[in-house]
Design a protein around this ligand. Sequence first.
Ligand code: ATP
Ligand code: MG
Ligand code: MG
Ligand code: MG
Length: 440
Amino acid sequence: MRISQYFMPILRDDPKEAEIASHRLMLRAGMIRQEAAGSYSWLPTGFRVLKKIEQIVREEQDRAGAIEVLMPTIQSSDLWKKSGRYNAYGPEMLRIKDRHDRDMLFGPTNEEMITDIFRSGVQSYKDLPRNLYHIQWKFRDEVRPRFGVMRGREFLMKDAYSFDLTREAGQHSYNKMFVAYLRTFARMGLKAVPMRAETGPIGGKDSHEFLILADTGESEVFFDRDFYDMDWTNFDIDYDDVGKVAKLVEDFTAKYAATDEKHDQAEFEGRVPEARRLTGRGIEVGHIFFFGTKYSDPLGCLVQGPDGKQVAVQSGSYGIGVSRLVGGIIEASHDENGIIWPEPVAPFKVGLINLKAGDAETDQACEKIYQGLTAKGVEVLYDDTDERPGGKFKVMDLIGLPWQVIIGPRGLKDGIAEVKNRKTGERSNVPLADIVGKFS
Ligand code: ATP
Ligand code: MG
Ligand code: MG
Ligand code: MG
């Protein structure tokens, strides 16, 4: 992509409304534009990141055996009346009337609808287990939308729903999602600590929130320092190996970690020696929840068991805040100059800077590298504008692409370009002929 033909409205000054780094940087880098309180348009650069995050989430859901569907954003209220949540959900739910005066709503979540879909499509225990997910916009009329996409009203969520015959089978489905979450967040360069969360009526170890640690997080968190020393990268797993999956979950839940809602100071002090007790703030990026027959009972989601009897299916739901993650990753990875994208989610991998646009030789050298990288499938944002070099450097640092390739007449005389790593700040001179080969 050439900046001269792109749409990336950069703001020179800090927007006043932004209280935290990610919101400020997303606005400044021209990634989003606010349309109403808690509702944003995704401009090209922001949209590219959103899609990359969405794709990682999708790949890891698929790998864990979940199956993708797509349900509508606007739902009928009928199923919600049956489950009892139509009234219970409160003012966070956006209620809508259609022209026939029917009660509709903009889905804040999809347990009812998916349970009904499953009910109508499955009759026998032989069709279990299944896990269905979708990645769809949700609307919650938050009391205080803030921090940009971190607490929006309209936001993109991945929500998966598991269906099993027994509690034990349901536990394996839950564990698979737990491991899928570890893998998903690790691929984005994040450590998202699983913390015990409010459990349903069944109790036990059946709800966890995944939080990234950041000073600007809305939850207060209490955890064991040992989490820092765990291996957060090596989650190769055979999802059919029930014991191994359970063991990995066990490893990541054995140590104390809780948000303020579930924190028990006495237990914390009892289990964790003082030197290892850490408190801080965190951002909830995922939440998994096993709720048994909470929806299958009222909605009549039954299957025929092996003994011929009808049984209500055991379910869980598993959410990831896809759009919140865009902000969350920035909170975890930025400096005073701007965003530092982890490569797997970066909008482009390379920023190519032409220091003297209009100079035939420089243009030609840049063009050759731009074409070469593009032909290889490397995503390049080429600053071919006639802005001054200082301004170009600032913008590249602000938008945070992992690599910068800087080409100007001075280096060209020696046949070299400068390559800068955004994260480490390291610079090196690389022969022009080697640049394309350096990236893949
Ligand atoms: P929170 O505690 O932040 O209000 P929640 O517990 O209400 O979130 P869940 O119902 O668990 O949210 O939804 C699953 C995921 O969706 C959350 O873990 C979070 O990442 C994301 N999410 C929830 N509300 C919002 C929002 N208003 N804006 C952006 N993402 C959100
Ligand atoms: Mg909420
Ligand atoms: Mg929450
Ligand atoms: Mg939650």
